[in-house]
Write a protein that binds this ligand. Structure first.
Ligand code: KG4
Ligand code: ZN
Length: 447
């Protein structure tokens, strides 16, 4: 029988024992932990000053992830089960299928992470789990597991905002990324430009008004049927397009630039993808092909599409940097300011190279986690738990009150303020990047 059924008031008791600087709970069996709280000699006390460990669980979309990370940012153990292949075969993510797969793998993934860490699970200070935003059916599975573990171990529970976790991952790896910093979160579900002011305080400068760049890369890859190309059978759309684009010329196909009439920092990628579709149609007509056939000039088409997405992102980024300067949102210190890019799309080397060009003009240093930590994983959730535990912010007071939310803003939306400034930019030319990347990529491909 679940401990909660035996003692309904247990979580409250234990969670209320967590003070600003320390949390006390018993290391021995769950039952005596609740009865003799604060007096048992077996209790271990954790301080935010001491080295502590957090277990993180991620199930917001199609990756089942778990990791244990300590307060110094050392990854002690991790495990990840990707559903990518199944969804590629389905032609996109089917939420009930994603949920079933999370349910089938969650226990094993958590067990593997704990085993890999070699840690005594009773030494964990807190459990962190993504509860927002994401696919509700997927979030539910991780949340159930995380809450169940927190109850059974009698440790605090930290609900995590998935995009906050993407934003903060870099601070686990680069200690010189301090608040405030500029951040672009680009993934399969989001595109957000923000100033991260604190662990729990973000100013949203702009975000996508319709769809996210990762989602569009996935759609484009499906339209081009890239999964039948040898070597690309098991990779996501964005990675498939980047791989082909490396061997193509990004100026081969014309693409119009998105949203140039709006002087804000919002994004829209749908028009760029429609532009791609019309190129596909023309090529199909010219060569008498149908949907699913591999197009001639595919590498050039991918390179040109990737460049159009990159240009749109860079223009919004440039305006965001101008706005930050105008409003003095990030002080000029001794060295360059930090610009962080994260989320699955931040794995893209071409996009990062372009953003490097913008950063050097505006005196920013670009930081991005390695690709395996850009895409969804348990490590970022555990680290977000560490950050929140250190700040003693957002720790659940009552487990019963913690729910999951498909949609949830990450901070204060000041995009209207950005638009009201009507900032005109002298666009930084990405021509040099075009030539440079074509040289680098073509050289790599020995073409
Ligand atoms: O952050 P993430 O793993 O999941 C979400 O939170 O959405 O991002 C997944 C997205 C996918 O849409 C995928 O196509 C995209 O990230 N992605 C890339 C690359 N690798 C992954 N997009 C562009 N270039 C890449 N190399
Ligand atoms: Zn993500």
């Amino acid at each position: 029988m679940a401990l909660r059924t035996l003692l309904p008031s247990l979580p409250k008791l234990i969670l209320f024992s967590s003070t600003r600087n320390s949390t006390t709970f018993c290391k021995s069996s769950p039952l005596n932990r609740c009865v003799i709280l604060n007096t048992c000699s077996n209790f271990r006390s954790f301080s935010t000053d001491n080295n502590f460990m957090v277990l993180g669980i991620e199930t917001s979309c199609d990756d089942t992830g778990c990791a244990i990370v300590d307060s110094n940012g050392t990854i002690l153990g991790e495990s990840l089960h990707s559903q990518l292949k199944v969804h590629l075969d389905h032609g996109g993510i089917v939420p009930p299928v994603a949920s079933d797969l999370h349910r089938a793998h969650i226990d094993q993934v958590v067990d593997e992470a704990i085993k890999a860490s070699g840690v005594d699970i009773y030494d964990i200070a807190a459990i962190a789990t993504t509860n927002r935003p994401g696919l509700p059916l997927s979030l539910e599975i991780g949340l159930l597991k995380g809450k169940q573990m927190a109850r059974e171990l009698g440790v605090p529970f930290i609900p995590i905002h998935h995009m906050e976790a993407h934003a903060l991952t870099i601070r686990m790896l680069e200690k010189d990324v301090q608040f405030p910093f500029l951040v672009l979160l680009a993934s399969g579900g989001h595109c957000i430009l923000a100033v991260a002011q604190q662990v729990d305080k973000f100013l949203i400068l702009g975000q996508t008004i319709n769809n996210a760049p990762g989602e569009q890369f996935d759609k484009a890859a499906r339209k081009l049927n890239l999964k039948v190309i040898p070597g690309l059978e098991n990779v996501c759309g964005g990675a498939a397009i980047e791989t082909l684009a490396r061997k193509g010329y990004s100026s081969a196909f014309p693409f119009s630039t998105s949203m140039t009439q709006y002087q804000d920092c919002n994004f829209s990628f749908a028009g760029i993808t429609m532009n791609l579709y019309s190129h596909v149609k023309k090529i199909q007509k010219k060569f008498d092909l149908v949907d699913g056939d591999i197009l001639p000039g595919l590498e050039d088409l991918c390179a040109s599409y990737q460049h159009a997405v990159t240009k749109h992102i860079c223009q919004r980024l440039q305006r965001a940097m101008e706005f930050v300067d105008r409003k003095e949102l990030i002080p000029l210190g001794q060295g360059p300011r930090a610009f962080v890019v994260s989320g699955g799309v931040a794995s893209n080397r071409y996009i990062k190279m372009a953003m490097e060009v913008i950063c050097s003009e505006y005196d920013y240093k670009l930081y991005a986690p390695p690709p395996r930590l850009c895409t969804d994983n348990g490590v970022m959730i555990a680290w977000n738990g560490v950050e929140r535990w250190k700040a003693q912010s957002g720790i659940a007071e009552n487990l019963d009150d913690v729910d999951f939310y498909g949609k949830c803003p990450i901070g204060t939306d000041i995009s209207q303020e950005v638009a009201a400034e009507s900032i005109k930019c002298k666009w930084i030319k990405l021509k040099a990047l075009r030539q440079m990347s074509e040289f680098v990529y073509l050289d790599e491909a020995q073409r």
